[in-house]
Design a protein around this ligand. Structure first.
Ligand SMILES: Nc1ncnc2c1ncn2[C@@H]1O[C@H](COP(=O)(O)OP(=O)(O)OP(=O)(O)O)[C@@H](O)[C@H]1O
Ligand SMILES: [Mg+2]
Length: 145
């Protein structure tokens, strides 16, 4: 039973609210009193995942689970799925459209940054079935900074 569990809705293509969920997650973790370096790593993962749902995934949600052992973020969406996961994780690879690029997105660095910042990462996706990203951070160990 996790100490804390919070669920957030994310709306596809809503660039006005985009980023609010990751800010909320950041503020919850700060308030609990987690180390700032850890909160920063988690915020990077939350922000990149949230933006990917907004830009590529369509409607979705985020789930934050905090337990004494770990912090888990689960981002899920009902979008088109990722046809080639290996390609999607290649730095610089992006299918962002012109409108996204004009807003400053589309560097193709979101997934590589999530991979670098997380302790564990699992991607479940299927064409036409959406995407689930499970991002883990271990607490208490050396990596909790
Ligand atoms: N939730 C998702 N649903 C469908 N496709 C996705 C999803 N997340 C990522 N992708 C695909 O993986 C590609 C790479 O994602 P990544 O976050 O690394 O870069 P980006 O979002 O294109 O650009 P950046 O994050 O640097 O602004 C995306 O361009 C998109 O094709
Ligand atoms: Mg991205």
């Amino acid at each position: 039973m996790p100490d804390l569990e919070r669920r957030f809705r994310i709306r596809g293509n809503d660039f006005v609210s985009a980023g609010e969920v990751s800010l909320e997650i950041q503020s919850i973790l700060k308030q609990i009193g987690f180390h700032s370096a850890l909160v920063r790593r988690i915020s990077v993962c939350a922000y990149e995942s949230e933006m990917n749902v907004v830009m590529h995934g369509g409607d979705g949600e985020a789930l934050l689970k905090v337990s004494p052992e770990s912090i888990i973020l689960i981002f899920s969406d009902q979008g088109p799925g990722i046809p080639d996961i290996e390609l999607a994780f290649k730095p610089g690879y992006s299918t962002a459209n012109l409108a996204h690029r004009e807003m400053g997105f589309g560097a193709g660095m979101g997934l590589p940054n999530i991979q670098k910042s997380a302790d564990t990462l699992e991607v479940q996706t299927e064409k036409g079935q959406g995407t689930i990203l499970t991002i883990g951070f271990e607490l208490g160990g050396r990596s909790s900074g």
